[in-house]
Design a protein around this ligand. Structure first.
Ligand code: C2O
Ligand code: CU
Length: 471
């Protein structure tokens, strides 16, 4: 399949992408359903089909939660309990990881660390309290590079007790698929070392909520809360807007103390951003969310303006209330750890340790490993560090490779430090650029063994996976 036809030039963007009219599908706004707590609702991972591409192409066979792309949204209020009986109806083992939730360790869905992977035909009860309000998501953590590329993911939205005033609250799950001419998932390239040693599996078809031309009708001056989630295996979105004006209010489910401009916004795999925007495009015009990339500019979401919601814009919103995340302790007394990331194409890695043996790159590659962290090309026996509960940890991440890596910490949120040591906004996933050294700090206050890995899923499986312990 050719690179998506919704790729448009800057000029087309300005004149309003006529081609999209062909692709646009009518669709109502789904009302926000509240997940019932306490009943252990079923969440089945199973094969299904999805209309990812325009009519004229066949539907795509996928794997999805409840057989859908995306899976059902899990929505609850802050402090409420999520209870889902996960049933694996896939031909291979799987788990559910609740990305970004600071939950009890046993519910984290990390196979081999917090639970055994759930075999085909078996079930696992996930039951946890969501302490933070914000935008989160769920996805498998077993063979994620394949299972997520096939469509297994869903939104997990935790509402504030007193949410900001908006007219619509919309989750937008941004995905990137590699499809064949027949709109089938390109299966031959699962495990392709070329992807694993480069940027990861990037695709040729971008969807929002499983739709290649996601469009909704809105009114002028309507206020929208857009919850963006990058669920792609490897694609980094560089997001910008047109005809929508407002604020970035949260990153990775954690409110910003001060509102920021909504764009430009870089969203690495795993990351989220909450925008509160007003439709400033006029009647008959379009508000657009798009991504500027090397291959072109892709429209992600189209908001066609019809009618007027109000004569003037709503007042500037206040920042969202902070979540109960433990404040950083004194950095001067923090526990230090270092993570050196090496490998990949055009890298300097010559050898690394696998199964207790130091091997040259060629032998590692023959075993599907092309990355190393601290010289090890696999999940280590020993933790990267063991912290006392409540201790502040300062982790230095050195990206000694030619590729960006989106590093994700389980069970905790951290603050990236500026070069001068100023703590930035809370995150659970942070992008490190080639040759960048980035320090992050967090309070290790959630007991258990937790993963730390690259969220470019091909990198993770090819060596970029480690863990730490909070005692
Ligand atoms: Cu979203 Cu360990 O993953
Ligand atoms: Cu990576």
């Amino acid at each position: 399949m050719e690179v998506q036809s919704v790729s448009v030039s800057r000029r087309e963007l300005l004149t309003g992408a006529a081609a999209l009219a062909v692709l646009g599908r009518a669709g109502g706004w789904a009302p926000a359903a509240h997940g019932a707590a306490g009943d252990g609702e079923l969440l089945r991972a199973r094969p299904g089909t999805a209309r990812l591409v325009p009519p004229g192409y066949p539907e795509t066979p996928i794997w999805g939660y409840e057989g859908q792309v995306p899976g059902p949204a899990v929505r609850l209020r802050q402090g409420e309990r999520v209870r889902r009986r996960f049933a694996n109806e896939l031909p291979e083992a799987s788990t559910v990881h609740w990305h970004g939730i600071r939950l009890a360790n046993a519910m984290d869905g990390a196979p081999g660390v917090t639970q055994d992977a759930v075999p085909p035909g078996a079930e696992f009860l996930y039951d946890f309290v969501a302490p933070d309000a914000g935008t989160f998501w769920y996805h498998p953590h077993e063979r994620a590079f394949e299972q997520m590329a096939r469509g297994l993911y869903g939104a997990l939205v935790v509402e504030e007790p007193d949410p900001p005033q908006v007219d619509r609250d919309q989750v937008l799950l941004l995905d990137d698929w590699r499809l064949t001419e027949q709109a089938r998932i390109h299966e031959e390239s699962f495990g392709a070392l070329g992807d694993w040693s480069h940027a990861g599996r990037t695709g040729n078809w971008i969807t929002v909520n499983g739709d290649g031309a996601w469009t909704r009708t809105v009114a002028h001056h309507e206020r929208l809360r857009l919850r963006l989630v990058n669920v792609a295996n490897a694609r980094i979105f560089s997001i910008d807007t047109r005809g929508l004006d407002g604020w970035l209010v949260a990153l990775d489910g954690q409110p910003l103390a001060k509102l920021e401009p909504p764009a430009p916004l870089v969203l690495a795999p795993g990351q989220r951003a909450d925008l509160v925007v007003d439709v400033v495009a006029g009647e008959g015009e379009k508000g657009l969310l798009f991504s500027r990339e090397r291959e072109g500019t892709f429209i992600l979401a189209t908001f066609a303006v019809s009618g007027v919601a109000r004569a003037t814009r709503l007042p500037v919103p206040s920042p969202l209330p902070a979540n109960p995340v433990t404040p950083l302790g004194e950095l001067g007394r923090a526990r230090h750890a270092t993570l050196r990331m090496e490998g990949g194409a055009m890298g300097r890695l010559r050898q690394a340790v696998l199964d207790g043996t130091t091997m040259p790159m060629r032998d590692l590659a023959a075993r599907g490993k092309v990355w190393a962290m601290n010289g090890l090309a696999q999940m280590p026996q020993e933790p990267l560090f063991a912290a006392r509960r409540g201790e502040t940890v300062l982790l230095t991440m050195i990206n000694d490779s030619a590729w960006p890596h989106g590093m994700h910490l389980h069970g905790h949120h951290f603050r990236p430090l500026s070069p001068s040591g100023e703590p930035g906004p809370l995150r659970d996933t942070v992008l490190t650029d080639p040759d960048e050294t980035l320090r992050i700090a967090f309070v290790a206050d959630n007991p258990g063994d937790w993963l730390l890995h690259c969220h470019m899923l091909e990198h993770s499986v090819a060596g970029m996976l480690t863990w730490f312990r909070v005692a």
